[in-house]
Design a binder for this molecule. Structure first.
Ligand code: ADE
Length: 423
Protein backbone atom coordinates (compact mmCIF):
# COMPACT_ATOMS: atom_id res chain seq x y z
CA UNK A 1 0.00 0.00 0.00
CA UNK A 2 1.45 3.38 -1.02
CA UNK A 3 0.35 5.07 2.15
CA UNK A 4 1.87 7.13 4.91
CA UNK A 5 -1.24 6.63 7.05
CA UNK A 6 -1.14 3.42 9.06
CA UNK A 7 -3.84 1.12 7.71
CA UNK A 8 -6.31 0.00 10.39
CA UNK A 9 -9.69 -1.58 9.99
CA UNK A 10 -12.64 -3.04 11.80
CA UNK A 11 -14.84 -5.38 9.80
CA UNK A 12 -16.93 -8.42 10.67
CA UNK A 13 -14.87 -11.31 9.30
CA UNK A 14 -11.65 -11.11 7.29
CA UNK A 15 -12.01 -14.68 6.08
CA UNK A 16 -14.80 -13.46 3.78
CA UNK A 17 -12.25 -11.53 1.72
CA UNK A 18 -11.82 -14.06 -1.15
CA UNK A 19 -15.59 -14.07 -1.77
CA UNK A 20 -15.58 -10.26 -1.67
CA UNK A 21 -12.73 -10.08 -4.18
CA UNK A 22 -14.64 -12.28 -6.64
CA UNK A 23 -17.67 -9.98 -6.38
CA UNK A 24 -15.51 -6.92 -6.95
CA UNK A 25 -14.04 -8.52 -10.07
CA UNK A 26 -17.55 -9.22 -11.29
CA UNK A 27 -18.48 -5.55 -10.78
CA UNK A 28 -15.32 -4.45 -12.58
CA UNK A 29 -16.34 -6.51 -15.60
CA UNK A 30 -19.58 -4.43 -15.76
CA UNK A 31 -18.06 -0.99 -15.13
CA UNK A 32 -16.20 -0.02 -18.30
CA UNK A 33 -16.23 3.72 -17.64
CA UNK A 34 -14.56 3.28 -14.25
CA UNK A 35 -12.01 0.88 -15.70
CA UNK A 36 -11.12 3.34 -18.44
CA UNK A 37 -10.74 6.17 -15.94
CA UNK A 38 -8.62 3.90 -13.73
CA UNK A 39 -6.25 2.98 -16.57
CA UNK A 40 -5.76 6.67 -17.42
CA UNK A 41 -5.35 7.64 -13.77
CA UNK A 42 -2.63 5.03 -13.20
CA UNK A 43 -0.48 7.00 -15.63
CA UNK A 44 -1.25 10.53 -14.48
CA UNK A 45 -1.89 10.00 -10.71
CA UNK A 46 -4.30 12.96 -10.42
CA UNK A 47 -4.98 12.23 -6.73
CA UNK A 48 -1.37 11.83 -5.61
CA UNK A 49 -0.96 13.31 -2.14
CA UNK A 50 -4.71 13.36 -1.47
CA UNK A 51 -6.19 11.69 1.62
CA UNK A 52 -9.81 10.74 1.09
CA UNK A 53 -12.31 9.89 3.83
CA UNK A 54 -15.40 8.26 2.33
CA UNK A 55 -18.78 7.45 3.83
CA UNK A 56 -20.78 5.47 1.30
CA UNK A 57 -22.49 2.06 1.12
CA UNK A 58 -19.89 -0.72 1.19
CA UNK A 59 -20.78 -2.68 -1.93
CA UNK A 60 -18.84 -4.28 -4.76
CA UNK A 61 -19.39 -1.15 -6.88
CA UNK A 62 -18.05 1.07 -4.12
CA UNK A 63 -15.00 -1.17 -3.95
CA UNK A 64 -14.42 -0.46 -7.65
CA UNK A 65 -14.53 3.26 -6.84
CA UNK A 66 -12.14 2.82 -3.91
CA UNK A 67 -9.67 0.88 -6.05
CA UNK A 68 -9.84 3.60 -8.69
CA UNK A 69 -9.22 6.37 -6.17
CA UNK A 70 -6.20 4.46 -4.94
CA UNK A 71 -4.94 3.78 -8.45
CA UNK A 72 -5.05 7.55 -8.95
CA UNK A 73 -2.64 7.99 -6.04
CA UNK A 74 -4.97 8.72 -3.09
CA UNK A 75 -4.88 7.25 0.39
CA UNK A 76 -8.37 6.19 1.41
CA UNK A 77 -10.29 5.48 4.61
CA UNK A 78 -13.90 4.35 4.51
CA UNK A 79 -17.11 3.76 6.44
CA UNK A 80 -20.58 2.71 5.31
CA UNK A 81 -23.32 5.32 5.13
CA UNK A 82 -26.11 3.10 6.38
CA UNK A 83 -26.05 0.58 9.24
CA UNK A 84 -27.65 -2.17 7.13
CA UNK A 85 -26.07 -1.68 3.71
CA UNK A 86 -22.53 -2.92 4.34
CA UNK A 87 -21.71 -6.20 2.59
CA UNK A 88 -19.29 -7.93 4.97
CA UNK A 89 -17.40 -9.84 2.28
CA UNK A 90 -16.66 -6.60 0.41
CA UNK A 91 -15.60 -4.88 3.62
CA UNK A 92 -13.23 -7.79 4.32
CA UNK A 93 -11.71 -7.63 0.82
CA UNK A 94 -11.16 -3.89 1.15
CA UNK A 95 -9.65 -4.28 4.61
CA UNK A 96 -7.19 -6.92 3.42
CA UNK A 97 -6.19 -5.34 0.17
CA UNK A 98 -6.84 -1.68 0.02
CA UNK A 99 -7.78 0.70 2.77
CA UNK A 100 -8.62 1.51 6.36
CA UNK A 101 -12.25 0.54 6.61
CA UNK A 102 -14.60 0.59 9.57
CA UNK A 103 -17.83 -1.09 8.53
CA UNK A 104 -19.96 -4.13 9.22
CA UNK A 105 -23.54 -5.10 8.57
CA UNK A 106 -25.91 -4.33 11.43
CA UNK A 107 -23.94 -1.60 13.22
CA UNK A 108 -25.83 0.35 15.83
CA UNK A 109 -26.04 4.14 15.77
CA UNK A 110 -23.14 4.62 18.16
CA UNK A 111 -20.90 2.29 16.13
CA UNK A 112 -21.95 4.06 12.95
CA UNK A 113 -20.71 7.45 14.19
CA UNK A 114 -17.64 5.84 15.79
CA UNK A 115 -16.73 4.48 12.33
CA UNK A 116 -17.03 7.93 10.77
CA UNK A 117 -14.74 9.32 13.46
CA UNK A 118 -12.19 6.58 12.74
CA UNK A 119 -12.08 7.47 9.04
CA UNK A 120 -11.23 11.04 9.98
CA UNK A 121 -7.99 9.87 11.57
CA UNK A 122 -6.58 9.96 8.04
CA UNK A 123 -6.77 13.79 8.28
CA UNK A 124 -8.60 14.07 4.99
CA UNK A 125 -7.95 16.53 2.20
CA UNK A 126 -11.15 15.37 0.47
CA UNK A 127 -14.44 13.93 1.76
CA UNK A 128 -16.80 11.73 -0.21
CA UNK A 129 -20.32 11.40 1.15
CA UNK A 130 -23.64 9.69 0.54
CA UNK A 131 -26.18 11.37 2.81
CA UNK A 132 -23.82 14.07 4.23
CA UNK A 133 -23.16 12.36 7.59
CA UNK A 134 -19.39 12.59 7.17
CA UNK A 135 -19.32 16.21 6.10
CA UNK A 136 -21.76 17.05 8.85
CA UNK A 137 -19.51 15.33 11.41
CA UNK A 138 -16.56 17.42 10.19
CA UNK A 139 -18.61 20.61 10.53
CA UNK A 140 -20.13 19.83 13.92
CA UNK A 141 -17.27 18.00 15.66
CA UNK A 142 -14.05 18.87 13.83
CA UNK A 143 -14.47 22.31 12.25
CA UNK A 144 -10.69 22.82 12.44
CA UNK A 145 -10.30 20.14 9.72
CA UNK A 146 -12.01 22.37 7.14
CA UNK A 147 -8.83 24.37 6.51
CA UNK A 148 -7.06 21.28 5.09
CA UNK A 149 -10.01 20.20 3.01
CA UNK A 150 -9.90 20.91 -0.73
CA UNK A 151 -13.54 19.91 -0.97
CA UNK A 152 -16.10 17.16 -0.83
CA UNK A 153 -18.58 15.34 -3.02
CA UNK A 154 -22.14 14.27 -2.22
CA UNK A 155 -23.86 11.33 -3.88
CA UNK A 156 -27.53 11.56 -3.08
CA UNK A 157 -30.60 13.81 -3.34
CA UNK A 158 -31.12 13.91 0.43
CA UNK A 159 -27.48 14.82 1.10
CA UNK A 160 -27.50 17.56 -1.52
CA UNK A 161 -30.63 19.06 0.09
CA UNK A 162 -28.87 19.06 3.45
CA UNK A 163 -25.76 20.73 2.03
CA UNK A 164 -27.66 23.36 0.06
CA UNK A 165 -29.46 24.27 3.30
CA UNK A 166 -26.06 24.57 5.04
CA UNK A 167 -24.68 26.73 2.21
CA UNK A 168 -27.77 28.97 2.36
CA UNK A 169 -27.19 29.49 6.07
CA UNK A 170 -23.52 30.37 5.43
CA UNK A 171 -22.59 27.29 7.49
CA UNK A 172 -20.71 25.36 4.80
CA UNK A 173 -16.95 25.54 5.35
CA UNK A 174 -15.56 24.00 2.15
CA UNK A 175 -16.73 23.48 -1.44
CA UNK A 176 -18.88 20.48 -2.31
CA UNK A 177 -19.81 19.03 -5.68
CA UNK A 178 -23.39 17.75 -6.01
CA UNK A 179 -22.75 14.45 -7.78
CA UNK A 180 -26.45 13.63 -7.53
CA UNK A 181 -27.32 16.48 -9.86
CA UNK A 182 -25.25 15.15 -12.78
CA UNK A 183 -27.55 13.97 -15.56
CA UNK A 184 -25.56 10.72 -15.81
CA UNK A 185 -26.37 10.18 -12.11
CA UNK A 186 -29.95 11.13 -11.35
CA UNK A 187 -31.43 10.26 -14.74
CA UNK A 188 -30.03 6.72 -14.58
CA UNK A 189 -29.06 5.69 -11.03
CA UNK A 190 -32.11 7.23 -9.37
CA UNK A 191 -34.58 5.92 -11.96
CA UNK A 192 -33.32 2.60 -13.37
CA UNK A 193 -30.99 1.78 -10.46
CA UNK A 194 -33.53 2.42 -7.71
CA UNK A 195 -36.35 0.88 -9.75
CA UNK A 196 -34.60 -2.44 -10.29
CA UNK A 197 -32.77 -2.73 -6.97
CA UNK A 198 -35.84 -1.85 -4.89
CA UNK A 199 -37.96 -4.48 -6.61
CA UNK A 200 -35.00 -6.85 -6.17
CA UNK A 201 -34.95 -6.12 -2.41
CA UNK A 202 -38.71 -6.69 -2.10
CA UNK A 203 -38.49 -9.98 -3.95
CA UNK A 204 -35.50 -11.29 -1.96
CA UNK A 205 -37.24 -10.43 1.31
CA UNK A 206 -40.65 -11.83 0.35
CA UNK A 207 -40.58 -13.79 -2.94
CA UNK A 208 -44.17 -12.63 -3.53
CA UNK A 209 -45.71 -12.46 -6.98
CA UNK A 210 -45.96 -8.84 -8.14
CA UNK A 211 -48.41 -9.60 -10.94
CA UNK A 212 -51.87 -8.37 -9.96
CA UNK A 213 -50.75 -6.73 -6.71
CA UNK A 214 -51.66 -3.15 -5.78
CA UNK A 215 -48.23 -1.55 -5.47
CA UNK A 216 -48.27 1.84 -3.77
CA UNK A 217 -45.36 4.19 -4.47
CA UNK A 218 -45.10 7.23 -2.20
CA UNK A 219 -43.29 10.00 -4.05
CA UNK A 220 -43.03 10.32 -7.82
CA UNK A 221 -39.55 11.82 -8.02
CA UNK A 222 -36.91 9.98 -10.00
CA UNK A 223 -36.64 7.10 -7.55
CA UNK A 224 -40.41 6.68 -7.23
CA UNK A 225 -40.75 6.82 -11.00
CA UNK A 226 -38.25 3.97 -11.34
CA UNK A 227 -40.03 1.83 -8.74
CA UNK A 228 -43.42 2.43 -10.38
CA UNK A 229 -42.08 1.58 -13.83
CA UNK A 230 -40.44 -1.68 -12.77
CA UNK A 231 -43.37 -2.82 -10.61
CA UNK A 232 -45.73 -2.21 -13.53
CA UNK A 233 -43.33 -4.15 -15.74
CA UNK A 234 -43.93 -7.17 -13.52
CA UNK A 235 -47.69 -6.79 -13.73
CA UNK A 236 -48.49 -4.82 -10.58
CA UNK A 237 -51.28 -2.21 -10.48
CA UNK A 238 -49.39 0.89 -9.44
CA UNK A 239 -50.86 3.61 -7.22
CA UNK A 240 -48.90 6.83 -6.62
CA UNK A 241 -49.20 9.24 -3.70
CA UNK A 242 -47.67 12.71 -3.94
CA UNK A 243 -47.71 16.17 -2.42
CA UNK A 244 -46.50 18.06 -5.50
CA UNK A 245 -49.24 18.74 -8.06
CA UNK A 246 -46.98 18.57 -11.13
CA UNK A 247 -45.40 15.31 -10.01
CA UNK A 248 -48.86 13.85 -9.33
CA UNK A 249 -50.01 14.95 -12.78
CA UNK A 250 -47.03 13.30 -14.42
CA UNK A 251 -47.94 10.06 -12.65
CA UNK A 252 -51.52 10.39 -13.95
CA UNK A 253 -50.29 10.87 -17.50
CA UNK A 254 -48.05 7.83 -17.14
CA UNK A 255 -51.26 5.91 -16.47
CA UNK A 256 -50.89 5.38 -12.73
CA UNK A 257 -53.71 5.87 -10.24
CA UNK A 258 -53.08 8.84 -7.94
CA UNK A 259 -54.69 9.19 -4.53
CA UNK A 260 -53.91 10.22 -0.97
CA UNK A 261 -52.07 7.87 1.38
CA UNK A 262 -55.24 7.72 3.49
CA UNK A 263 -57.00 6.09 0.52
CA UNK A 264 -54.03 4.07 -0.75
CA UNK A 265 -53.41 2.58 2.71
CA UNK A 266 -56.77 0.77 2.51
CA UNK A 267 -56.13 -0.93 -0.84
CA UNK A 268 -52.36 -1.49 -1.15
CA UNK A 269 -50.72 -4.91 -1.06
CA UNK A 270 -47.16 -3.54 -1.15
CA UNK A 271 -46.02 -0.05 -0.17
CA UNK A 272 -42.71 1.63 -0.92
CA UNK A 273 -41.70 5.12 0.20
CA UNK A 274 -39.34 7.19 -1.95
CA UNK A 275 -39.93 10.73 -0.76
CA UNK A 276 -37.00 11.91 1.40
CA UNK A 277 -39.62 13.12 3.92
CA UNK A 278 -40.54 11.73 7.32
CA UNK A 279 -43.88 10.29 8.48
CA UNK A 280 -45.18 9.17 5.11
CA UNK A 281 -46.83 6.07 6.58
CA UNK A 282 -48.13 6.67 10.11
CA UNK A 283 -50.36 5.03 12.71
CA UNK A 284 -53.72 5.58 10.99
CA UNK A 285 -52.32 4.14 7.73
CA UNK A 286 -50.93 0.99 9.36
CA UNK A 287 -54.22 0.49 11.14
CA UNK A 288 -56.25 0.73 7.95
CA UNK A 289 -54.05 -1.65 5.91
CA UNK A 290 -55.27 -4.97 4.55
CA UNK A 291 -54.22 -8.21 6.22
CA UNK A 292 -50.73 -9.17 5.02
CA UNK A 293 -49.72 -5.78 3.62
CA UNK A 294 -45.98 -5.37 2.96
CA UNK A 295 -44.26 -2.02 3.61
CA UNK A 296 -40.76 -0.83 2.83
CA UNK A 297 -38.69 2.25 2.13
CA UNK A 298 -36.12 3.16 -0.48
CA UNK A 299 -35.39 6.74 0.69
CA UNK A 300 -32.01 7.49 2.24
CA UNK A 301 -33.13 7.78 5.86
CA UNK A 302 -35.34 5.42 7.83
CA UNK A 303 -37.87 8.06 8.87
CA UNK A 304 -40.42 7.59 6.08
CA UNK A 305 -42.24 4.70 7.75
CA UNK A 306 -43.08 5.66 11.31
CA UNK A 307 -42.24 2.34 12.96
CA UNK A 308 -42.71 3.75 16.47
CA UNK A 309 -46.33 4.32 15.47
CA UNK A 310 -46.56 0.79 14.13
CA UNK A 311 -45.07 -0.64 17.33
CA UNK A 312 -47.56 1.31 19.41
CA UNK A 313 -50.50 -0.40 17.68
CA UNK A 314 -48.91 -3.87 17.55
CA UNK A 315 -49.06 -6.68 20.06
CA UNK A 316 -46.15 -8.79 18.73
CA UNK A 317 -43.25 -8.73 16.28
CA UNK A 318 -41.28 -11.65 14.85
CA UNK A 319 -38.82 -12.15 12.03
CA UNK A 320 -40.37 -14.44 9.44
CA UNK A 321 -37.60 -14.30 6.83
CA UNK A 322 -34.34 -12.38 6.54
CA UNK A 323 -35.18 -8.67 6.28
CA UNK A 324 -38.87 -9.31 6.84
CA UNK A 325 -40.60 -8.68 10.19
CA UNK A 326 -44.20 -9.52 10.88
CA UNK A 327 -46.08 -7.05 13.08
CA UNK A 328 -49.33 -8.39 14.49
CA UNK A 329 -51.55 -5.44 15.20
CA UNK A 330 -53.94 -5.12 18.11
CA UNK A 331 -56.72 -5.14 15.48
CA UNK A 332 -55.62 -8.68 14.55
CA UNK A 333 -54.18 -7.89 11.12
CA UNK A 334 -50.55 -8.51 10.13
CA UNK A 335 -48.24 -6.02 8.44
CA UNK A 336 -44.80 -7.02 7.12
CA UNK A 337 -41.94 -4.51 7.36
CA UNK A 338 -38.90 -5.06 5.18
CA UNK A 339 -35.32 -4.20 6.21
CA UNK A 340 -36.49 -2.37 9.35
CA UNK A 341 -37.67 0.52 7.18
CA UNK A 342 -34.15 1.18 5.90
CA UNK A 343 -33.16 1.30 2.23
CA UNK A 344 -34.72 -1.96 1.01
CA UNK A 345 -32.56 -2.09 -2.11
CA UNK A 346 -29.29 -2.04 -0.17
CA UNK A 347 -30.33 -3.82 3.01
CA UNK A 348 -32.29 -6.68 1.43
CA UNK A 349 -30.50 -6.80 -1.93
CA UNK A 350 -27.14 -5.57 -3.27
CA UNK A 351 -27.99 -2.00 -4.22
CA UNK A 352 -28.06 -0.73 -7.78
CA UNK A 353 -26.50 -2.88 -10.47
CA UNK A 354 -22.89 -2.21 -11.44
CA UNK A 355 -23.84 -0.84 -14.86
CA UNK A 356 -25.56 2.26 -13.43
CA UNK A 357 -23.11 2.75 -10.58
CA UNK A 358 -20.44 2.88 -13.29
CA UNK A 359 -21.75 6.31 -14.32
CA UNK A 360 -22.53 7.59 -10.81
CA UNK A 361 -19.05 6.69 -9.60
CA UNK A 362 -17.37 8.07 -12.71
CA UNK A 363 -18.89 11.38 -11.61
CA UNK A 364 -17.61 10.81 -8.06
CA UNK A 365 -14.13 10.06 -9.33
CA UNK A 366 -13.99 13.05 -11.68
CA UNK A 367 -15.41 15.24 -8.89
CA UNK A 368 -12.53 14.20 -6.61
CA UNK A 369 -10.02 14.95 -9.39
CA UNK A 370 -11.52 18.38 -10.00
CA UNK A 371 -11.43 19.25 -6.30
CA UNK A 372 -7.84 18.06 -5.97
CA UNK A 373 -6.97 20.41 -8.80
CA UNK A 374 -9.10 23.48 -8.08
CA UNK A 375 -10.79 22.98 -4.70
CA UNK A 376 -8.55 25.40 -2.88
CA UNK A 377 -9.65 28.16 -5.27
CA UNK A 378 -13.39 27.50 -4.88
CA UNK A 379 -15.66 29.29 -2.42
CA UNK A 380 -17.51 27.11 0.15
CA UNK A 381 -20.61 26.52 -1.94
CA UNK A 382 -22.42 23.62 -3.57
CA UNK A 383 -21.25 23.17 -7.17
CA UNK A 384 -22.77 21.28 -10.09
CA UNK A 385 -20.63 19.04 -12.22
CA UNK A 386 -19.49 20.37 -15.58
CA UNK A 387 -22.22 19.44 -18.12
CA UNK A 388 -19.49 18.44 -20.60
CA UNK A 389 -18.52 15.72 -18.09
CA UNK A 390 -22.00 14.23 -18.37
CA UNK A 391 -21.72 13.97 -22.14
CA UNK A 392 -18.24 12.50 -21.90
CA UNK A 393 -19.34 9.82 -19.43
CA UNK A 394 -22.41 8.97 -21.51
CA UNK A 395 -20.30 8.71 -24.65
CA UNK A 396 -17.76 6.36 -23.06
CA UNK A 397 -20.69 4.26 -21.83
CA UNK A 398 -22.19 4.11 -25.33
CA UNK A 399 -18.84 3.22 -26.89
CA UNK A 400 -18.25 0.52 -24.33
CA UNK A 401 -21.61 -0.95 -25.38
CA UNK A 402 -20.38 -0.91 -28.98
CA UNK A 403 -22.68 1.93 -30.00
CA UNK A 404 -21.97 5.00 -32.10
CA UNK A 405 -24.17 8.07 -32.40
CA UNK A 406 -24.55 10.76 -35.03
CA UNK A 407 -22.72 14.09 -34.96
CA UNK A 408 -23.99 17.48 -36.10
CA UNK A 409 -22.69 18.56 -39.50
CA UNK A 410 -21.19 22.04 -39.84
CA UNK A 411 -24.38 23.19 -41.59
CA UNK A 412 -26.50 21.86 -38.70
CA UNK A 413 -24.33 23.61 -36.12
CA UNK A 414 -24.79 26.85 -38.03
CA UNK A 415 -28.55 26.24 -38.20
CA UNK A 416 -28.66 25.66 -34.44
CA UNK A 417 -27.16 29.10 -33.80
CA UNK A 418 -29.14 30.91 -36.49
CA UNK A 419 -32.19 32.43 -34.87
CA UNK A 420 -33.25 34.26 -38.07
CA UNK A 421 -34.43 31.18 -40.01
CA UNK A 422 -38.09 30.32 -39.38
CA UNK A 423 -40.87 28.94 -41.57
N1 ADE B 1 -26.40 3.20 -3.86
C1 ADE B 1 -27.32 2.47 -4.48
N2 ADE B 1 -26.79 1.33 -4.99
C2 ADE B 1 -25.49 1.33 -4.66
C3 ADE B 1 -24.42 0.44 -4.89
N3 ADE B 1 -24.59 -0.69 -5.58
N4 ADE B 1 -23.23 0.77 -4.39
C4 ADE B 1 -23.07 1.91 -3.70
N5 ADE B 1 -24.03 2.80 -3.47
C5 ADE B 1 -25.23 2.52 -3.94
Amino acid sequence: MNSTHEKKSKVKNLSLAPQGRLKIEWAESRMPVMMKLREEAKKTLPLKGMRIAGCLHVTKETAVLVRTLRAAGAEVSWSGCNPLSTQDDIAAALAEDEVSIFAWHGMNKEEFYWAIEKTLEIKPTLTLDDGADLIFTVHSKHPEMAKDLYGGTEETTTGVHRLRAMAKDGALKYPVIAINDAETKWDFDNVYGTGQSSVDGILRATNVLLGGKVFVVAGFGHCGKGCAMRARGLGARVVVTEIKPTAALKAVLEGYEVMTMDEAAKIGDIFITATGMKDIVIKKHFESMKEGAIVCNTGHYDCELNLEDLKSVSKSIREVRPNNEEYTLKNGKRVYVLAQGRLVNLAAAEGHPSEVMDMSFANQFLGMVRLAKEGKKLKPQVYDIDPAQDQEIALIKLHSNGMEIDKLTEAQKKYADDYSSGT
